[in-house]
Design a protein around this ligand. Structure first.
Ligand code: HEM
Length: 506
């Protein structure tokens, strides 16, 4: 799960380019480009054109005009991700790689170059590697993580709450997931601005990407060496002691994978949820009515602005058919997450509320479906909730139309989200140990019950915002439909939610 980001910022098409330039959406052969300014500035428009021209599976061109299939249909994406015998995750099957038409230094190499990690594995090897990841993640103390998220969020808010303005992408969304992941991994002391900057940079194809990658891998190597001799209750130690007997290199590579997969996606999700909460009239109206919860905003965002818009990819094992298209052995396919989430067959009305419906493909599907989705949701739920609690009058300080996006073939995210609010006092934050993350007993409480946000006060009043620990949470919908192979039993009962809310400190 890495992203190349070769076209930053590249969101707004400039002067009209010559026809053969990638800035044109259509290549000379009549195929549309899935890269370049046109694809990045209006992906939804591109999906519409591709659907009209080709149906649910469309031929597209990747960087260098290399052909691939973009799967647009919801059911076609589900079929592809759930049928690894036909659609492998092993990029070494790519015919274009084998015949040399894609060079190893292709701009997308960081995302397609095969590595010995679970992302590129199929079958028994995938089960072994992914089993180590999911078993280790199952040992994480869910309530402990949520308490940490709440505390980290308040620490971040403390850094700007006196100022009355902030860019909550740079000051909040891009930091919170890294703080949480460092604590989960067992290296809270490694969290700093440099690590955040390195994690952002290492997958963006910049001149400094190699040095940034070395910085991240250096921190992970130090952690793995420490934990090999001195285990602690943290993810690194659990991966090392897992019966799958991963080597130190495998553990480091999987920690790197988890960090990349978790950081970028969760930072995008937080930023997207904040934008929706601040700008979408549906949320504004419902928030003032007292029914809207942050988890519902998160779920709607996962439909409308999925943090990963597409995943590259799958590679056809043999000749086959998908969505009426003849796929040849070795062809490359992209899981079209954002396209599937707006497939007219599942969402004929895009403005309709998706409340309670988790059938979106934001976490993909099949054996590679994101194993960290509950953690990602919890970071976004608790983090956004804590921010709104501290700054309840927060509003955009620019016109919505001024917001800028960065896009690439795998994701699209906000450049910044400037907000203003009444300056408020810093809050004292209790200092529990940061590394104790192991689950003390069987739990099933990833679901977050967030209080409804009250209507923002008109103008900037002088009233002190309610403290983070204030009661007043309103009930939240109980549970959600199960996701096969991912979700456990039903959500906890209301009483348990109340107890757990108290336990979490909010
Ligand atoms: C809201 C945030 C997140 C989103 C939207 C997201 C989405 C995804 C997607 C789309 C995939 C690709 C599945 C495929 O290849 O078909 C994936 C894989 C993965 N994600 Fe996440 N993810 C998120 C957060 C996390 C977190 C917090 C973790 C870890 C703590 C995580 C760990 C992983 C891992 C290890 C994989 C590879 C799984 C495999 O190949 O078997 N993700 N994620």
């Amino acid at each position: 799960m890495t992203t190349p980001f070769h076209h930053e910022p590249g969101t707004v098409p400039g002067p009209v380019p010559p026809p053969e330039c990638p800035a044109h959406g259509m290549a000379p052969g009549g195929l549309r480009r899935f890269y370049g300014p046109e694809a990045e500035s209006d992906p939804a428009g591109l999906y519409d054109k591709l659907r009209a021209e080709h149906g649910t599976v469309a031929p597209v061109l990747l960087h260098g005009d290399v052909p691939a299939w973009l799967v647009l249909g919801h059911s076609e994406n589900l079929h592809m991700t759930r049928t690894p015998s036909q659609f492998s995750r092993d990029s070494r099957r790519w015919r274009a790689l084998q015949d040399g038409s894609v060079a190893p230094d292709h701009p997308l190499a960081p995302i397609f170059t095969w590595q010995p990690v679970c992302v590129f594995a199929d079958g028994a090897n995938h089960e072994r590697l992914r089993g180590a990841v999911t078993d280790s993640m199952a040992r994480i103390d869910t309530r402990g993580v949520r308490r940490h998220v709440n505390r980290f969020s308040n620490r971040l808010v403390n850094d700007f709450c006196l100022q009355g303005t902030a860019d909550v992408v740079a000051r909040f969304a891009e930091h919170l997931p890294m703080m949480v992941m460092c604590a989960i991994f067992g290296m809270p002391e490694e969290y700093d601005d440099r690590l955040v900057q390195a994690a952002r940079d290492m997958t963006r194809g910049t001149e400094t990407a190699v040095a940034s990658n070395a910085h991240v891998v250096g921190a992970l190597n130090r952690l793995v060496q420490r934990r090999r001799t001195d285990p602690e209750p943290d993810l690194a130690s659990w991966l090392l002691e897992h019966p799958a007997s991963l080597t130190d290199v495998e553990v480091t590579e999987h920690l790197r994978l988890i960090l990349i997969a978790a950081y970028e996606s969760t930072a995008n999700l937080i930023a997207n949820v904040l934008r929706m909460v601040l700008t979408d009239p549906r949320f504004r109206a419902r928030l003032s009515g007292g029914h809207m919860t942050v988890p519902e905003a998160v779920e709607q965002t996962l439909w409308d602005e999925p943090p990963f818009t597409a995943v590259f990819g799958r590679w056809a094992v043999g000749d086959t058919e998908l969505g009426g298209q003849q796929i040849r052995a070795g062809d490359a396919l992209l899981v079209g997450i954002a396209a599937a989430n707006t497939d007219p067959h599942v969402r004929p009305d895009l403005t309709a509320d998706m409340e309670g419906n988790r059938a979106h493909l934001a976490f993909s599907g099949g054996p590679h479906e994101c194993p960290g989705q509950d953690i990602g949701r919890a970071i976004a739920d608790v983090g956004v909730d804590a921010l709104l609690m501290r700054l309840p009058d927060m509003e955009l300080s620019v016109e919505e139309s001024e917001l800028r996006w960065i896009g690439n073939i795998m994701s699209r995210h906000l450049v910044e989200l400037p907000v203003k609010f009444a300056p408020s006092a810093q809050q004292e934050i209790d200092a529990d140990p940061l590394t104790v993350m192991s689950r003390p007993w069987a739990q099933n409480d990833w679901e977050v019950s967030s209080p409804a946000r009250s209507a923002p006060a008109p103008g900037y009043g002088t009233e002190v915002p309610p403290p983070v620990h204030a009661p007043g949470a309103s009930p939240q919908r109980d549970g959600a439909p199960a996701i096969p192979g991912q979700r456990g039993a039903a959500a906890p009962a209301r009483l348990w939610q109340a107890v757990s809310r108290w336990w979490n400190g909010y």
